[in-house]
Design a protein. Structure first.
Lengths: 113, 115
């Protein structure tokens, strides 16, 4: 079963605008990650936030985590056409010890030049 | 990521045929994974291996088998392919010794079509 569910399923914005996508999950987690997938290609790791962290930044990316609501958001500031891709959250279940990741269905972001 | 390679990149096969997808990595990672991705869906884990002697079933292992021939090689087999196994297949790796064991590195994918 899929742990993470992204929202919205698709998002279209103009270049320069900010893009926000959300992820909800079901069980307690150790970490939450965000990955990017360009069309038909492999996923690329973007950022990891631990369950005891509330916010993390990496370049134009800002990730927040609310463990009480079991949700996370990914903000991409000053978007560029090159940010056009699908974005997936991935979680690993607390206590499972297996390092397995469970991926959501993704948000497809289109940045219009 | 060029450090994780998959062959073939595209394959069309007929129902009932046996097919093997191969994954090789030069990252020196101990852990390897096979996922499938269907249109509009996230990735689902098929099998994973934490070292050469360790093989574990994932969420959707039925109809698949794997072999970890060496630390750097992990192959996925479909013993008798069926049309609903048409999907994009990804291999991934992670490094338990790095302190970033949860981060996975993906290959470019194999697009498999079963007719």
């Amino acid at each position: 079963s899929q742990q993470g569910e992204e929202d919205p399923q698709a998002l279209s914005i103009q270049e320069g605008e900010n893009a926000t996508m959300n992820c909800s999950y079901k069980t307690s987690i150790n970490n939450l990650q965000w990955y990017r997938q360009n069309s038909g290609r492999g996923l690329v790791h973007l950022i990891l936030i631990r369950s005891n962290e509330r916010e993390k930044h990496s370049g134009r990316l800002r990730v927040t985590l609310d463990t009480s609501k079991k949700s996370s958001s990914l903000l991409i500031t000053a978007s560029r056409a090159a940010d056009t891709a699908s974005y997936f959250c991935a979680t690993d279940e607390f206590g499972a010890g297996s390092y397995q990741l469970t991926f959501g269905k993704g948000t497809k972001l289109s940045v219009i030049p | 990521d060029a450090d994780v390679t998959q062959t073939p990149r595209n394959r069309i096969t007929k129902t009932g045929k046996r097919i093997m997808l191969e994954c090789s990595q030069t990252k020196g990672h101990d852990r390897m994974y096979w996922y499938r991705q269907d249109p509009g869906l996230g990735l689902r884990l098929i099998y994973y291996s934490f070292d050469v002697k360790d093989i574990n079933k994932g969420e959707i292992s039925d109809g698949y088998s794997v072999s970890r021939q060496a630390q750097a090689k992990f192959s996925l087999s479909l013993e008798s392919a069926i049309p609903n196994q048409t999907a994009l297949y990804f291999c991934a790796t992670s490094d338990s010794a790095s302190g970033r064991a949860y981060e996975q590195y993906f290959g470019p994918g194999t697009r498999l079509t079963v007719t």
